[in-house]
Design a protein around this ligand. Structure first.
Ligand code: GDG
Length: 455
């Protein structure tokens, strides 16, 4: 089998694989176990200039090649065009986006630098799989240098309607770069329709034919085992004991303005105000590790949350009960799995989300003998698959409050019925299957759109 070259903005440290493996590393585990692979991308470190010669390492069958980003490129390519322009636009948030020509220049420069550093490492029969919005231009840059290998691209975040996307300066250049890609994967059929529409209207009908929906999954069995194993360990029993018999509602999100955290906190506050019978009966634990803390919009969000959590706790708490527990540090993955299993309610209410793996992890973590209820945003990609969830409008705190009330009152047989349907989906469409489907579309002869839809 040909070698698989994975290119992503951030490449895990080869010395730390397994221990703190990020989402993508977990999702690709199955593919990487089966064939030779090369991971190429940013080391996560900065230096005076963006690197031209990657630092290489090898662990088992997988080689790693990583370059540092120059300070200016970090600021303009990463914080700037990727996080302050593309991220909000792709999540339908034109009003939050910040545009700056220097950011666009750096975005082009870094995509070209990635191509130049990767090219000498490539073998003629490699399959190249590029991940996410940081690297929209990479395939085009590789082709310009003579690269003939198959190139796939997967977008982990949503793709908005054309009218929104074209608010991005240089939207046309981003779309034009997709002509260089052989298979373009997105999370949902809605994203695929939006991207095809944008491509067609900008005169790239050929690329539109190569767009397909490939919803990402998780290692459901692995996560379920993790949750069950840790249930009796100290980290988890400490939380259980502290609840003193109250129900637990849990939220787990990077601290990001797409995740709907202010509305969720307001929704929980509305539950306690409108349905006072739940006061003292439920504790909401929100884990929200700080992310992109050096981007202004993220700092503002953090202040807003500090304030609203403090206000609700101040108004509602009793000497022996605080309604909200809020942690902005990361929690170890096994501990999180154990917390999710203990929770009566999972609250996953992003304003927009490509998929949202937390929703799937919550389902996988449940105790089949006494499963909890998932309250899920209808604007998460996961909502199309998880039909046993209570779907809510994440912008509407009252809708969230009403769903939380329903979840608190839901009888055991209905909880089991809804969970059983979702668990079957999460166990069927795993990370390994996602990977196989995408690679089959990229390396096989089938039309990408068909492979995505029928796979
Ligand atoms: C992007 C797209 C798409 C969170 N807090 C902690 C922690 N996490 C883990 C979760 C989950 C992952 O991080 C987050 O994944 P999501 O899918 O929810 O969200 P994004 O990070 O925005 O991911 C998204 C995804 O890519 C995959 O394609 O689903 O739509 O935006 O696994 O559990 N993990 C640990 N401690 C924490 O405190 N250990």
């Amino acid at each position: 089998m040909s070698r698989l070259v994975i290119v992503a903005n951030r490449v895990p440290d080869p010395k730390e694989t397994g221990a703190v493996a990020g989402g993508l590393a977990v999702a690709l585990k199955d593919a990487l176990a089966k064939r030779d692979a090369l991971w190429f991308g940013w080391s996560g470190k900065t230096a005076a200039e963006t690197g031209t010669t990657p630092q290489e390492a090898k662990v088992g069958q997988t080689a790693y090649a990583r370059i540092d980003l120059g300070h200016d490129d970090y600021r303009h390519y990463y914080q700037g065009f990727s996080n302050a322009a593309l991220w909000p636009v792709l999540h339908y948030r034109l009003g939050v986006a910040r545009f700056d020509r220097l950011d666009w220049f750096a975005y082009q420069r870094v995509n070209a630098a990635f191509a130049a550093a990767l090219l000498p490492l490539l073998r003629p029969d490699d399959t190249i799989w590029i991940h996410d919005f940081h690297l929209f231009l990479l395939a085009k840059e590789l082709r310009a240098l003579g690269c003939r290998q198959r190139i796939g691209f997967f977008l982990h975040v949503p793709f908005p309607p054309r009218a929104v996307f074209t608010g991005l300066p240089h939207a046309h250049d981003v779309l034009a770069a997709m002509d260089a890609i052989d298979a373009i994967g997105v999370q949902t059929e809605d994203d695929a329709e939006n991207l095809r529409g944008a491509l067609i209207s900008h005169g790239h009908a050929g690329a539109a034919l190569r767009v397909g929906a490939f919803p990402i999954g998780i290692d459901a069995t692995g996560f379920a085992n993790l949750a069950a194993r840790i249930a009796t360990q100290k980290e988890v029993t400490r939380l259980r004991d502290s609840l003193a018999g109250r129900s637990l509602a849990i939220g787990v999100d990077r601290l990001d303005y797409t995740k709907g955290l202010p509305q969720r906190i307001a929704g929980f506050g509305a539950l306690l105000t409108r349905f006072p019978k739940h006061r003292g009966k439920i504790t909401f634990l929100q884990v929200a590790p700080v992310s992109r803390g050096d981007v202004a919009q993220y700092r503002a969000l953090r202040r807003e949350l500090d304030e609203s959590v403090g206000r609700i706790n101040g108004q509602m708490a009793e000497p022996d009960w605080a309604p909200i527990r809020y942690i902005t540090r990361a929690v170890a993955r096994p501990t999180l799995a154990g917390f999710m299993r203990m929770a009566r309610i999972g609250i996953v209410t992003p304003l927009r989300d490509g998929m949202n793996l937390v929703a799937k992890e919550f389902v996988a973590a449940q105790d089949p003998g006494d499963p909890g209820v998932l309250v899920l945003s209808r604007f998460a990609g996961a909502a199309l698959e998880l039909d046993g969830a209570l779907l809510v409008n994440p912008l509407d705190p009252d809708d969230i409050a009403e769903a939380l009330d329903v979840a608190m009152e839901m009888p055991a047989d209905e909880r089991l019925d809804r969970w059983t349907r979702m668990a079957a989906t999460v166990r069927t469409n795993t990370a390994a299957i996602w990977c196989r489907r995408f690679l089959a579309a990229l390396e096989g002869e089938e039309e990408v759109a068909e492979a995505g839809r029928t796979g």
